[in-house]
Design a protein around this ligand. Structure first.
Ligand code: CAO
Length: 477
């Protein structure tokens, strides 16, 4: 027994020694391996800027998105070079192809402006052969993006476990209306998200109802959040070798964009929100962040002011910010030099209860000029002012065309149309903005080149009905 104990002691000592040696070895290796990892990055390209491919070259996306939120995400990734394969229901496609149509029989602008630079394949995901094709796609793609109603992907058999068994590297990215909780099973559209995420209750005028905003912060905003999540997961995968789930709930996305209003909610506990014009008007605050009309959401008071022509032009306005450092210049410009020294106006705190009077006086001045004249004059003095631009003006603005933010694209059935290009400018990855695909336009080439089916197999798949709509189904849609 004692002998065995002794032997065991000796052997554990030896193991400890050995492992200590190992630790030393590992420790010695650690800086090296870091060094190697850093050196594993290719040498800086000698190619000219913009000639070294695109940021997401080599990333293939199985795009199961529809309507707006998901498509916004995958379109952006496509602009950045990802190969986005949009899977659509045979004969029907993304519902937006036929929504808000301005030209009979062709894909709507709703669709074309959210699905640029993608390829389209039609697959019936509930058909046995369709499921086989989808499994093959899962094996050959890096990311699956979807924004179906909760549970729809699972009902197709594409559970996370199934996907991960087929391809452990796959990132599965989803938009849902709500995160886990009481509403997780609910379907959600843009304005529902704006209301549930705190935007509507804080938008509009105090004496009016809650308002939704025209900017699609629920759909497009959440799509942008999802794109960031996907890119982060792709980066983490370079270290872990495995994919993960990425979930963006529209309520969370809207709340993230409305975070300054949650800031104000907490400030309310300590007293009135002095930068809200309601404070200057002597109207008491309630329990929750109120609607602030056109008050600025930051620390520099602002308001929308009329300009020349406002009587007939609904957009003849400027947003005017009374930024404290340029207060003197504002007083001189609007013909109120005495406000520079008047204790009622000379400091930001003194001005807060008088914002209404101040903006009314400034408006008396802005109404004598067009919004562009106001902007030109104010800019000379570093006064932050912005014209209210109509969509017509934005569509015609040459500088937005020059930067590729507004792009004119030709389409085989609808002709030329405008779209919004990539608002994120990468100096070494020029945006790849191409027209949206026709329904199923790339079915054959994807089956052949990506999935490597033989000509005979393609013919068999077509005959199976997994790729085409039955007459009845197409009519019903
Ligand atoms: N082949 C066969 N069936 C397909 C298919 C294909 N290629 N693609 C989709 N389908 C099926 C789905 O499997 C689903 O069927 P089941 O309900 O039987 O499982 C069905 O089409 C409908 O999907 P859906 O429920 O997602 O679509 P919907 O029009 O009823 O709802 C929406 C739309 C947007 C409310 C819902 O998808 C949703 O809440 N999505 C999450 C939140 C979101 O992104 N909202 C923003 C949308 S943009 O305003």
């Amino acid at each position: 027994m004692a002998m065995r104990k002794k032997a065991a002691k000796a052997s554990s000592k030896a193991t400890r020694k050995k492992s200590a040696k190992k630790v030393v070895k590992l420790r010695a290796k650690k800086p090296d391996s870091k060094h190697v990892a850093r050196n594993a990055m290719p040498r800086p390209s000698a190619k000219a800027w913009g000639q070294a491919g695109r940021a997401l070259d080599g990333v293939r996306i199985l795009d199961f998105t529809h309507v707006q939120s998901g498509p916004t995400c995958t379109q952006l990734l496509a602009y950045m070079g990802a190969d986005v394969i949009k899977v659509e229901r045979p004969g029907v496609g993304d519902i937006t192809r036929g929504q808000l149509r301005d030209v009979k029989g062709v894909d709507s602008l709703y669709f074309t402006m959210l699905n640029g630079s993608k390829r389209s394949i039609t697959i019936d995901s509930k058909h046995a052969k369709g499921k086989e094709i989808l499994d093959r796609l899962v094996r050959r793609c890096d990311v699956l993006v979807e924004n179906f109603a909760p549970g729809a992907l699972d009902r197709m058999g594409l559970t996370f476990d199934h996907i991960h068994k087929l391809n452990p590297r796959m990132i599965v990215a989803s938009v849902k209306g709500f995160g886990p909780g009481p509403y997780e099973d609910c379907k959600v559209y843009e304005n529902v998200a704006q209301c549930a995420g705190g935007s509507a209750s804080t938008t509009g005028f105090r004496d009016g109802p809650p308002l939704v905003t025209g900017a699609q912060i629920g759909d497009s905003g959440t799509g942008l959040h999802l794109a960031l999540g996907i890119v982060a997961a792709l980066y983490q995968r370079t270290r872990t070798g495995r994919g993960q789930k990425v979930l963006c709930a529209m309520q969370d996305g809207v709340l993230n964009l409305a975070r300054v209003k949650l800031r104000d909610q907490q400030r309310l506990r300590r007293g009135p929100l002095t930068e809200y014009s309601q404070y200057g008007e002597g109207i008491p605050f309630g329990q929750a962040t109120p609607r602030a009309g056109n008050d600025s959401g930051g620390g520099q008071p602002g308001w929308i002011l009329k300009c020349k022509g406002w009587e007939s032009d609904p957009d003849a306005y400027v947003y005017f910010i009374t930024q404290a450092p340029v207060w003197g210049a504002i007083c001189d410009l609007i013909g109120k030099p005495e406000w520079k020294t008047d204790p009622d106006f000379s400091t930001p705190n003194a001005r807060l209860p008088r914002l209404r009077k101040i903006f009314a006086t400034i408006e008396g001045w802005t109404m004598t000029m067009t919004k562009f004249e106001v902007m030109a004059l104010c800019n000379k003095h570093d006064i932050p002012v912005g014209p209210i631009l109509s969509m017509k003006e934005l569509a015609e603005e040459p500088s937005l065309r020059a930067t590729g933010t507004v792009v004119e694209i030709d389409h085989p059935t609808r002709g030329p149309y405008l779209t919004v290009g990539n608002p994120i400018k990468l100096s070494d990855s020029p945006a790849d903005v191409r027209r949206s695909p026709l329904l199923g336009e790339h079915t054959d080439e994807i089956l052949r080149d990506v999935l490597e089916y033989s000509a005979m197999e393609v013919a068999e798949l077509k005959a199976s009905g997994a790729l085409n709509a039955s007459e009845k189904k197409a009519e019903a849609a």
